[in-house]
Every structure is written in C-alpha cells, then in structure tokens.
Design a protein around this ligand. Structure first.
Ligand code: ADP
Ligand code: MG
Length: 672
C-alpha cells in the first residue's frame, strides 16, 4: 500500500509538473497525501428528476434530449445555449466562454444527456448555468463526493485527480495494520476505507464514520508506537543527585508556601532525580500556576549536589525574565545564574562559556544560543525546557545531549502551559512522564474580561487613566509589527497613546527588535519608567510583571481562545484585580464575537483550549495545521480524543515498515 501512497503526483494521469508544484506548495507531495484530502460531504445523486419537478435554487439531476444548440457572441467569449427536453418539460443550459462545445459530437441534437446543476427560474423558464453533464449512458447513480478546494484548484478538479489516483491502488495493496484491525477490530482494510470515503456506494453515516476511524487509526497507532519507542530510548541510568540541602533551604526561604500542585510536582521531580534513572518529564500547568518555582527547586538541588543545570527558553525576553526571577530566588543561597542569549556580548559570552566548561558556573538560562556547539558543560545533570511546544523534539533533546561521553544521561524537564486533558497528554507526550499542576497560587482573582468594540476609545482611555492613577501598568497588544493598510502597528499605537498619556512613558516591543533593546524596554516596564507597553504577542510566553493589571488586545478576534487566555495570563499576577479588554475589529463577525464571549465566562485554560479545538473543526486541509497539534494530518485533538485514548490503552503490537513511518511522520526526527 505505502509503496503506492509514496508515488509522486506526476504518476497520476492529468497531473503535470506545474500542478505538481502547486500541490507541493500545500504539502501534498505524493499520492497518499492527495488521498488524505477527504470529501467535505456527499451529494445524493441516485435519482433522476423530471424537469418539471426541479426545485428553484436546489441542485438536481435531470436527463433529456437536446432539442437545440446555439451560440452567441464570438471567439473565446462565445456563449452556448443548449435546450433540453424530457417528457414533462424543458430547460436551457447556459455555458459561458464555451465556443468549443459547438463542435462536440456528444452534444448534437437528438442526443440524450444527463445533467446535474442548480435549477434557476428566469423569465418563467427553467435554466442551469454551467451544469455538470455527460452522455446518459455514462451516468452512474450513487453518492458523489464533494471536495473542498485546494491550492487554488476547485473541489471538482481535485475530485477528478483523486479518482485517477485511486485507480492506481492495486486491489492487492495492504497496510501492515490491516490484518490486526480487520480480524480483531472488524475494521475495513486501509484500501477499503479509502474507497468507502472517496467513492461510497451509500452515504451510510455509520459506514463513513467507520471508514474514517480506520484511516485515523492508521495515523494514531503509528504515532503512539513512535512515542513508545522514544520512551524506551529515554529510559536509561541517570545521574543520581545526592544532596537535597539547597532545595530544602530554598523551600524554607520562599515567600509563600508551595501550593499543593507545586508540592506534588516537586515530589515527582525529586523522586526522579534521586532514582538513578534518567528523568524525562513534562510539567504541565496553566499560565501563572507557578512552574518557575518548581524549576528553581530542581536547579537548586542540582547545584547543591555539585552538578550543572541549564534552562532553555524560546525568546530572549523570557530568558532574561527567568534569569531575574531565578537570581532573586537563588542568590540568597549563594548561587549565581548566568544568562546567555543571542545578544550577549562576545567578551561576556567567552567568559560564560569558559565558566560553564570549567564548572565554575552551575546554573545558566538562555535561548537557542545555549544549543550551539561551543557551549560545553563540565558536568550537566539537568536540562529544563520552558514552553516546550515552541521547540521541536530534536531541540528538546539537544540540550540534554550536552554531556561528556563518560557521564551519565542528563535529566530532562520540559514545561508547558498548553492545556490538554490528562489522558490525551499521556498519549500525545507518551515519551515523557507527566506532572500536572492544577489551580493557581492562593489569592489570585479571576481576571475581569470584557469584549468591546473598536469605536469605544474614549471610555477605554478613561479606564486606562484610572489604572494609571493607582500605579497599575498596561499591556496593549497589536497584531502586527509593520504598518499596513489597517494602520495598526506597534509604532503607530505608541504614537497614538503618547498623545493620550504623555506622562506614561509609552514604549513599544516587538520580536524584530534587537534583544538588548527588548530587554531595556521590559526593564523599563518592570521598573515603572514605562507604564504602558505596546507589543506584539512576544509577551505571550511567560513574562511576569506583577504590577501589570490591564491587558488590552486589539483585533482580538484574530487570535485563538487559548492564545488570548495566555495573553490574559500576563496580568492579574498579584493579589490586585486584573482586567482584560478584548477589542473586536470592525470586521469581526457575530460568531467571532460569540467566541470571544467565552473568555468572559471561562477562566479555565483547558476548557478554552477544547473550545478552540472544537471550533477549528475537522478541516482536513493538510498544511494549514498549527503548531501544538503534534503534527497530525487527520487526527483532530478535540473530536478524536476517544479514538486516541482507545489505541493508547490497547496499542496493537506490530512492526511498522519504513515506508509507513515515512508517510505518516516525515518529520519525526526533526520537529513535531
Ligand atoms: P508559570 O507557571 O506561568 O510559569 P510563574 O512561575 O511565572 O507561572 O508564577 C506566576 C506567579 O505566581 C509569580 O509571580 C510567582 O511569584 C507566583 N507564585 C508562584 N508560586 C506561588 C505560591 N506558592 N504562592 C504564591 N505565589 C506564587
Ligand atoms: Mg512560565
């Protein structure tokens, strides 16, 4: 089967080099990928209707004899009218730019043709414009698949290509999973499932669901097997941390006791690191749940045992924030934390690298700059990866692989605020153990959230002034860096807000600024020299400024709910009430306003993530998937949770072949 699935598109009749290239652009580079473009729905095309019983505005199938054919106009623009009659009535078929039809022998007077199109009434007569047609003998009644457009090609065109591609699958083609799934689970074979979905004999919804589950099972089982394999690889002896001296000291010095959730996560982690096996754990907790303290405890315990720990963060803003927080927590214990980012000066960088290599520095925080080859450790024991979904699997491992050949494996602690239900997370991150932190540190009030329209600048400015009066700070999020037609850019908003609030030290922040400038801006915001920060979503991840109490998001409808929840998590990080204003763009639809209202009602990241997923629907457009979907092509995390769970609990024991792996997980080694 996979031998055929892997064939290039050019092997399909009717796909030439330029079409092939276009489809490549959408990530469709072999026959199998094309076959994953499933129909959106099916048209019941079993019955031929008399012309007189057509319904206006509805699609119908008719059959009739051609009684006349005429052309109007000249050349390319020629319009062709064909008059058709059955026993009960007549209809006119209109074809534009269709001069070529005049010479088609199948369309001569007296011939019987079969037609499907949308019936229209015009001047008391029936007509159809650009209907599908064929000679009457060629019509096969049944269910016609209806495809979504792809790469600028109409659904009809895609359907034709898929039909051709299906012709190439030999009747004997099998998948390595067919046997188990057919005998033990009574599922169709992979080939049957593909045929049932693309060319159903009946639009029997049970049958279609069954076929679709079969196809998805192929994908999920393979993924789970890969995860299991990674888990086996990860399981090996690890460095044993002998001393809990510094972590105990830190526990005593923390300004507040750990929450129950933090406590149990920390227990998991310290048990791992004193077990003699390597830790490979994911720490999941909503924004603001307090993951940083848990990370600090782990780092203190490593340093106290005479080893080194490194924390990897996706942005330099976040890395420097972590450095500040960790220094505050760990300096009193006599530990220093180095910071290494892309903007660390050459001399400073050399100094840090030497100190890491000699073991003089035991703790370091940084960005991708930590991953380059010249960064060496004396004895690394723990790699921490914050916001791990921002990194590929390979990067996640890269830090942990910075050990000397004769040293034992490095412990890995990945952290994420991406909320996924536990059983799903277990399946999706099956290569890691899981610690989930539920709930927030005490005293946190839910952030008061409102959806407002774009023309309410005056009352909004009044609200902002009240916030400034009590020394609160304000985030203002814009969707873009650059100026463009909508006129919403960081710089423009900075100018506008300076006009309203000349004394507030308004500053702008975006991802394309030099890291050192970004850091200066964030410092100013943290110290209060700047009270209003205009930013793109670079602040989304992790930044922690407790005085920030008002979050304003422009064009809020252009973000996912989970992302807005993350943004909102930047405020209300103290016992003071936090607020979030979601400004809907002028073009926002009713349904997107309704979607935003969910943020007013819900403060549960998990619930919002599920709503997000459900809304994204089961669109099967390959190539439009987002990060965080674990790179699935058919699986939809919201709708297919049951299926994922089922296979997680009863994973069939079988050996995937190379072609199958390559087809479903082409990037398995690089990034997921
Ligand atoms: P996240 O899980 O999103 O990384 P942080 O670690 O940034 O969250 O913590 C959010 C805020 O909660 C910080 O200001 C931190 O000081 C505070 N915090 C963390 N743990 C506790 C606790 N046990 N009690 C009170 N405040 C806490
Ligand atoms: Mg964090």
């Amino acid at each position: 089967m996979y031998q055929y699935m892997a064939l290039p598109l050019s092997a399909v009749k009717g796909i030439g080099p330029s079409l092939e290239k276009r489809l490549h652009g959408r990530g469709i580079d072999c026959i199998g990928n094309l076959l994953l473009h499933l129909p959106l729905n099916y048209i019941d095309d079993r019955r031929v209707s008399p012309i007189s019983l057509l319904r206006e505005g509805e699609s119908g199938r008719i059959e009739g004899r051609i009684i006349s054919k005429e052309a109007r106009g000249y050349g390319k623009d020629r319009q062709v009218w064909i008059r058709l009659a059955d026993d009960h009535g007549q209809i006119r078929l209109n074809f534009f730019h269709a001069g070529f039809m005049m010479g088609d022998a199948r369309l001569t007077e007296g011939r019987l043709i079969s037609v499907r199109g949308v019936a229209e009434r015009w001047q008391g007569q029936w007509q159809m414009t650009h209907p599908e047609w064929c000679v009457a003998e060629a019509f096969e009644p049944g269910y016609q698949p209806h495809y979504g457009a792809l790469a600028g090609l109409s659904g009809k065109r895609i359907g034709t290509m898929i039909r051709q591609a299906l012709l190439m699958l030999p009747a004997t083609a099998t998948s390595p999973l067919d046997h188990i799934l057919m005998t033990q689970y009574r599922m169709p074979s992979l080939r049957q499932a593909l045929l049932q979905l693309h060319q159903p004999h009946a639009a029997d919804s049970d049958m279609l669901r069954h076929a679709s589950s079969r196809l998805k099972s192929e994908e999920i089982i393979l993924y789970l097997l890969l995860m299991l394999d990674k888990k086996r690889q990860a399981d090996c002896p690890g460095i044993l941390l002998a001393s809990q001296r510094l972590s105990s000291e830190l526990l005593e010095q923390l300004p507040f006791p750990l929450t129950d959730a933090q406590q149990s996560a920390w227990q998991d982690i310290s048990a791992d690191m004193t077990s003699g096996r390597r830790m490979h754990r994911l720490l999941q907790g909503d924004v603001g749940a307090g993951k940083t303290w848990v990370a600090a405890l782990a780092m203190a315990s490593v340093a106290g045992s005479g080893y080194q720990a490194a924390l990897l963060a996706p942005t330099s803003v976040l890395a420097s924030q972590h450095a500040i927080t960790l220094r505050e927590l760990l300096m009193p214990l006599g530990l220093d934390v180095a910071l290494l980012t892309g903007s660390t000066r050459a001399a400073e960088r050399r100094k840090i690298l030497a100190a890491l290599a000699s073991g003089k520095i035991s703790l370091v925080v940084g960005t991708h700059a930590l991953l380059t080859d010249d960064v060496c450790f004396d004895h690394l024991a723990l790699a921490l990866v914050d916001e791990q979904h921002r990194f590929g699997v390979r990067q996640r491992w890269a830090l942990a692989e910075k050990r000397k050949p004769d040293h034992q494996a490095v412990h890995l602690l990945a952290m994420t605020a991406t909320p996924i239900p536990r059983t799903l997370a277990l399946a999706l991150y099956g290569d890691m153990d899981l610690s989930m932190m539920r709930g927030m540190p005490p005293g946190r009030k839910p952030i008061e959230t409102r959806v407002i329209s774009a023309d309410k600048m005056r009352p909004l400015a009044d609200g902002m002034q009240r916030m400034l009066d009590v020394d609160g700070r304000i985030y203002w999020i814009v969707p873009r860096i650059d100026e463009d037609d909508d006129g919403i850019s960081v710089d423009q908003r900075v100018e506008l807000l300076k006009g309203y609030f000349p004394a507030a030290g308004v500053l702008g922040l975006h991802g394309r600024m030099k890291a050192s400038v970004k850091d200066e801006v964030l410092q100013a915001f943290a110290s209060g020299a700047c009270k209003i920060l205009v930013s793109t979503t670079v602040v989304e991840v992790g930044v922690n400024i407790p005085e920030a109490r008002l979050m304003i998001v422009e064009q809020a409808e252009s973000y996912g709910l989970a992302q807005l929840h993350q943004l909102r998590g930047r405020v209300g990080r103290s016992s003071e009430q936090g607020y979030c204003m979601l400004i809907a763009g002028k073009q926002a639809s009713q349904s997107s306003l309704g979607r935003l209202q969910q943020l007013v009602r819900s403060h549960d990241g998990l619930e919002l993530a599920e709503a997000d997923l459900a809304m994204r629907g089961s669109g099967d457009a390959i190539g439009t998937r987002q990060h965080g979907d674990a790179g699935f092509r058919l699986i939809n995390l919201a709708g297919d949770g049951e299926l994922i769970r089922q296979w997680y609990e009863h994973l069939p024991d079988f050996a995937a072949d190379e072609a199958m792996l390559r087809f479903w997980r082409p990037f398995a080694d690089s990034a997921d």
